[in-house]
Design a protein around this ligand. Structure first.
Ligand SMILES: CC(C)(COP(=O)(O)OP(=O)(O)OC[C@H]1O[C@@H](n2cnc3c(N)ncnc32)[C@H](O)[C@@H]1OP(=O)(O)O)[C@@H](O)C(=O)NCCC(=O)NCCS
Length: 163
C-alpha cells in the first residue's frame, strides 16, 4: 500500500491579503542590461522572486521557498534608467503553499510615468526548520479584486492537480 504524507493543519487565524502586499524596487543601471541595451529578464525575475518571498513570509510568518514560477510575461522592453517596481500579493493560500501574483511596473525617470511591464505567478511553500512543508494561515479576501484573484488561483490549482 502506498504511504501517505500526513496533512498538516492550517496555521492560525485567517490573515487579510492586503497585510502581506510587498514591494521590491530598484533603479536600473547599465550592469542590469542585456546585449540589446534593455533590462535583462533574469534581473526582473530576481526582483519578482524577492518580492514573492517577502510576501509569502509575511503571510506565513515563517520561512518560505519558491517551488514554481509560471506565466511569466515580458510585455514591453525595460530601459536602463527606469525605476523598476515589483509588487507581490497573495492570491490564494493552500495548506502549505501560497500562490503569489507579482506585477512589475517601470517608472520613467525623472518623468514618473508608470508602465506595466511584467506579470508572474509564483508558488511559494512555507517550510519548517528541516525544510519540510509547513502549514500557512488561511487567506481572508475582502475586495472584489481579491475574491476574483482567489477564485482564478483556485481554478489553476485544481487544473494542476486534479483530485
Ligand atoms: C518546496 C518543497 C519543500 C516542497 O516539498 P514537497 O515534499 O514536494 O511538498 P508537497 O508535495 O507536500 O507539496 C507541498 C505544497 O506545495 C505544492 N506544490 C508542490 N510542487 C508544486 C508545483 N510544482 N507547483 C505548484 N505547487 C506545488 C503542493 O500542492 C502543496 O501545496 P498545499 O500544501 O498548499 O496543498 C521542496 O520541493 C523543495 O525544497 N524544493 C526546493 C525549493 C528551493 O530550493 N527553491 C529555490 C530557492 S527558494
Amino acid at each position: 500500500m502506498a504511504s501517505r504524507k500526513p496533512k498538516p493543519e492550517a496555521a492560525g487565524a485567517a490573515k487579510p491579503a492586503r497585510d502581506s502586499v510587498s514591494v521590491v524596487a530598484d533603479l536600473m543601471f547599465p550592469p542590469d542590461a542585456n546585449m540589446h541595451g534593455t533590462v535583462f529578464g533574469g534581473k526582473v525575475l530576481q526582483m519578482v522572486d524577492k518580492a514573492a518571498s517577502v510576501c509569502a513570509m509575511r503571510h506565513a510568518g515563517k520561512p518560505a521557498v519558491t517551488v514554481a514560477m509560471e506565466r511569466v510575461e515580458f510585455l514591453v522592453p525595460i530601459r536602463v534608467g527606469t525605476f523598476l517596481i515589483a509588487e507581490a500579493r497573495v492570491h490564494y493560500a493552500g495548506r502549505t503553499s501560497l500562490e503569489i501574483g507579482v506585477e512589475v511596473y517601470a517608472e520613467d525617470m525623472p518623468g514618473g510615468t508608470r508602465q506595466h511591464t511584467n506579470s508572474c505567478l509564483v508558488t511559494m511553500v512555507a517550510v519548517d526548520a528541516q525544510g519540510r512543508p509547513s502549514p500557512v494561515p488561511p487567506l481572508r479576501v475582502e475586495t472584489p479584486g481579491e475574491k476574483a484573484r482567489a477564485a482564478a488561483a483556485d481554478a489553476r490549482r485544481r487544473a494542476r492537480r486534479p483530485s
